[in-house]
Design a protein around this ligand. Structure first.
Ligand SMILES: Nc1ncnc2c1ncn2[C@@H]1O[C@H](COP(=O)(O)OP(=O)(O)O)[C@@H](O)[C@H]1O
Ligand SMILES: [Mg+2]
Length: 271
């Protein structure tokens, strides 16, 4: 859908995607995890990446984040090659990644502090995001006092606190029960509508990939590569009603049919 980097005000170079992967490959020793990955993500675009367990989704995100070097090709953010972690790129982790000894407020402030936010602004800026994710009243709680859903709300607030231009999501709702997961998906969509960013959203849930993504990138094969990129032209804003849209079901079935054999193979694989 909205691929052109057309939105004003961010100083981006016209036509340069926020994120670009160009013929990217990654090896760990003899293991080639993926190869020849090409994708672009625009300024106000959610691209979901779906593929079976072990196909390299987390590895790809860590490469985009600058935590891991690529073995082949190049990843660019706003046209600049990624060689190390950089400001403006935030990540939300499957297992929340919160500091257990810090309160919600301190967890959310942490990244801001590293970002050089003036001390007097820390509380206000953190509280703004805590409110945005619906955690007001829990700012002094510790992670162990919160449900999984609330912990991930905190993880999201922490990522949003730095006003990221790139938001990387690594199966953020995979460890959360099914009903809460639905609620958080719609919450995230609501927040994204208010503050659109360039989002790369990794999931193994085909349904989630179609619901959240403007495009779905399907990874497949050993080593994996992009099997297809599916345009998702569903009406926006998306919400619960999206799930009963006829096109939603068609797209979900289409992606599922392409992945089914791989998901089966992954299930029976012994490491
Ligand atoms: N640091 C590492 N060293 C060696 N192998 C790794 C490392 N990280 C991941 N792998 C391997 O790379 C493959 C892809 O892993 P991962 O990116 O976690 O997959 P996914 O997130 O899609 O489940 C797996 O076979 C995993 O064992
Ligand atoms: Mg993973």
């Amino acid at each position: 859908m909205s691929d052109a980097g057309s939105a004003a005000g961010s100083g981006s170079v016209e036509g340069t995607p926020r994120i670009a992967a160009k013929a990217v490959g990654k090896r760990f020793g003899d293991l080639q995890v993926f190869k020849d990955i090409n994708m672009t993500i625009g300024e106000r675009e959610i691209v979901t990446v779906v593929g079976p367990s072990g196909c390299g989704k987390t590895t790809l995100l860590r490469c985009v984040n600058g935590l891991l070097p690529v073995s082949e090709g190049e990843i660019q953010i706003e046209g600049t090659p990624v060689t190390r972690p950089r400001q403006g790129v935030a990540m939300v982790f499957q297992n929340f990644g919160l500091f257990p000894w810090k309160t919600v407020l301190s967890n959310v402030s942490y990244g801001l502090k590293l970002d050089g936010c003036p001390k007097e602004d820390l509380r206000d800026r953190s509280m703004e995001k805590i409110k945005l994710v619906g955690l007001e009243g829990f700012e002094n709680s510790y992670p162990y006092q919160l449900s999984g859903g609330m912990q991930q709300r905190c993880g999201l607030a922490r990522a949003l606190a730095v006003e990221p231009s790139v938001l990387l999501m690594d199966e953020p709702f995979a460890a959360i029960d099914a009903q809460t997961r639905e609620i958080l998906q719609f919450e995230l969509l609501r927040i994204w509508e208010m503050r659109p960013t360039s989002m790369m959203f990794v999931t193994h849930s085909i349904e989630e990939a179609v619901l959240m993504g403007h495009r779905v990138v399907v990874l497949k094969g050993r080593p994996s590569s992009v099997f297809e990129t599916v345009e998702v032209d569903l009406p926006e804003p998306r919400g619960r009603e999206t799930l009963s849209h006829p096109q939603f079901n068609e797209l979900r079935e289409h992606v599922w049919a392409n992945l089914m054999d791989e998901v089966r193979a992954a299930e029976f694989e012994v490491n």
